[in-house]
Design a protein around this ligand. Structure first.
Ligand code: PEP
Ligand code: MG
Length: 589
């Protein structure tokens, strides 16, 4: 039966494919396709993992048999019996084989997929005792996965994503149909590991439009919907689904008529992409000859390729924290590793400037998965970004040295996130001096950098005089500026309807920052999601903005808006929008 689920649109386009449901905490499991010839080896890996767990349980049973009831209560041996029974369950075994043989999933993916199928069956059981066996099943699967991890995978590289149109789908229901990932939640680090993945679209139950998970999803340039509430519960493994990334709707089990309609929309979007790609080499200049700088936001050095391909004239925001995330055991990239990563981004941009933002961890970007449990009640107001760096000066200086060294190889700007206090500014600048002195002492060469601050806390936007005194340029982080001005958690879908870039207070802070920078001859850009949203291009141009930084996927659409705009004529209109009680209405009126 066809039904639809409404969520929040985060990345444009239409994806049509089969759902892959990812249980919570399963994102660290590798997802890739194997070659048909590798199927027997993958099945063997699961079998060997399962046999190892069976042996382990048998050994435990022998040990327990020699113990008294105090050391080994009866429940323990009953539990082991249940685990053994589950390990021998036909449905588990045949299901895993099916996912490997028919869908060519790798062993771990096949196991977690079948686990998800069986978990649903347990959820539907009337009997409380049987329903509770779901936890045992999860433990058993976890044990097998652990063994399989120890054995390693014979397949080195997952293949590139496969995209298919609806037309292809109707003709071909074979293993390489597009897959759409449906998960309860994905951390930004999880999302990052899907950069090279096989998925044609994403849906998550939680998250807001500018949560970092959504931002990474957008950078993947595939349709995505977040905040779809209970989507991961309502959709079943392998259901056909359509994701409409423009409206935030997911359609489950679509009828042929709906499929045809969305297939048409999909082809239209492809045509539009083709049309926009012709603008790649066209300079971004308004009708009244105002030159506009369109820069890229990147998460990893490899993203420089997409930035160049989209015609970016530099990187306006390199979110360096993604180099630090998803690593295990508290391991941080050392100076050399960071230096090489920054050099790679600089080389990737082929002489164009690169703005490297210092570490912005905390809130919805924990360094490690387990740190999430330690989150304070209000992590967005806690030890985040520059606050974290100043609390870890050694780590911060390591990063600063790596950035300064990389500046030998190209034009580098250093950008400081979430800074609000004059004392933080002074501390940051003196740590930069300290890092330079350390390099001098070591005799290590380094290059000049322009130093900028992000304006993402209202306090910063209201004390611009201090910022303009100390910094070479400012970059407005509208994602956080909106969050902190309106007291709306950007990652919380339950208040997403109040997250309003058009609130007069937000627009006032943005407008004043742009105007003050221009008055003082300082560079200013917007690097929050507003910069890549074509709804706001004309308004920002009218407010005097000439530098926009956004995900590469949005650059050409924004360029099209710039080419059609007359900045001079937009000025009085923008002031009227700014002064109105309801700017969103005034913008369209
Ligand atoms: C912002 O807050 O607008 C910004 C660009 O930084 P981030 O999204 O990484 O917090
Ligand atoms: Mg921010």
């Amino acid at each position: 039966m066809t039904f639809s689920i409404q969520g929040i649109a985060v990345a444009r386009g239409i994806a049509i494919g089969r759902a892959v449901i990812l249980g919570s905490g399963r994102a660290d499991v590798a997802h890739y396709f194997v070659e048909p010839a590798q199927v027997p080896a993958e099945i063997e890996r699961v079998r060997a993992g399962r046999n190892a767990v069976v042996d382990e349980i048998h050994r435990l049973q022998v040990t327990i048999a020699g113990m008294g009831p105090k050391e080994a209560p009866h429940e323990l041996s009953a539990l082991l019996d249940v685990h053994l029974m589950l390990l021998q369950d036909e449905e588990l075994i045949t299901g895993v084989k099916h996912w490997i043989t028919d869908r060519l999933y790798n062993a771990e993916w096949a196991l977690t997929t079948q686990l998800e199928v069986l978990s649903r069956q347990f959820d539907d059981m009337e009997d409380d005792y049987l329903r509770e066996r779901k936890a045992d099943l999860e433990q058993v699967a976890e044990r097998i996965l652990r063994y399989m991890k120890g054995m390693g995978s014979p397949v080195a590289q997952p293949p590139a994503p496969k995209r298919k149109t609806q037309q292809d789908l109707l003709l071909d229901d074979s293993v390489d149909v597009p897959l759409v990932l449906v998960a309860h939640d994905l951390s930004p680090a999880d999302m990052l590991q899907f950069k090279q993945s096989v998925f044609a679209g994403f849906v998550t139950d939680v998250g807001g439009k500018t949560s970092h998970t959504a931002i990474v999803a957008r950078s993947l340039d595939i349709p995505a919907v977040v905040g779809a509430r209970s989507a991961s519960n309502l959709v079943r493994q392998d259901d056909w689904v359509i994701i409409d990334g423009d409206t935030g709707v997911m359609i489950v089990d679509p009828s042929p008529i709906i499929l045809a309609e969305y297939g048409f929309k999909q082809r239209q979007a492809e045509l539009e992409r083709g049309r926009l790609s012709r603008l790649r080499h066209t300079p971004a200049v308004t009708l009244d000859d105002q030159r506009v700088e369109l820069l890229a936001n990147i998460e990893l050095p490899e993203d420089a390729a997409a930035a160049l391909k989209a015609g970016a004239v530099g990187v306006g925001l390199f979110r360096s924290e993604f180099l630090f995330m998803g690593r295990h055991g508290g391991d941080m990239p050392d100076e050399e590793e960071q230096y090489l990563a920054y050099c790679k981004a600089i080389a990737g941009m082929q002489g164009l400037p690169v703005t490297i933002r210092t570490l912005d961890v905390g809130a919805d970007k924990p360094l490690e998965e387990q740190h999430r449990d330690l989150a304070h009640l209000n992590p967005a107001l806690g030890l985040r970004a520059i606050r974290w760096s100043l609390a870890e000066p050694e780590m911060f200086r390591t990063q600063l040295r790596a950035i300064l060294r990389s500046a030998v190889h190209g034009k580098v700007n250093l950008l400081v996130p979430m800074i609000a206090h004059a004392s933080e500014i002074r501390q940051t600048l003196s740590l930069i001096d300290f890092a330079r002195a350390e390099l001098d002492n070591r005799g290590t060469p380094y290059g000049p950098v322009a130093i900028g601050a992000m304006i993402e806390i209202p306090a910063a936007a209201l004390s611009l005089r201090t910022f303009l005194k100390y910094f070479d340029f400012l970059s407005i982080g509208t994602n956080d500026l909106i969050q902190y001005t309106l007291a709306i958690d950007r990652a919380d879908e339950s208040v997403a309807h109040l997250y309003d870039p058009c609130h007069p207070a937000v627009l006032r802070l943005v407008a004043d920052t742009i105007a003050e920078c221009r008055r003082h001859g300082k560079g200013v850009s917007v690097c929050g999601e507003m910069a890549g949203d074509t709804q706001f291009t004309r308004l920002l141009l009218g407010l005097g903005l000439r530098s926009f930084s956004m995900h590469p996927a949005q650059i050409l659409a924004v360029k099209q808006e710039v080419l059609r705009a007359d900045a001079g004529r937009l000025e009085p209109w923008s002031q009227r929008v700014l002064d109105s009680e309801d700017p969103a209405l005034a913008m369209v009126g």
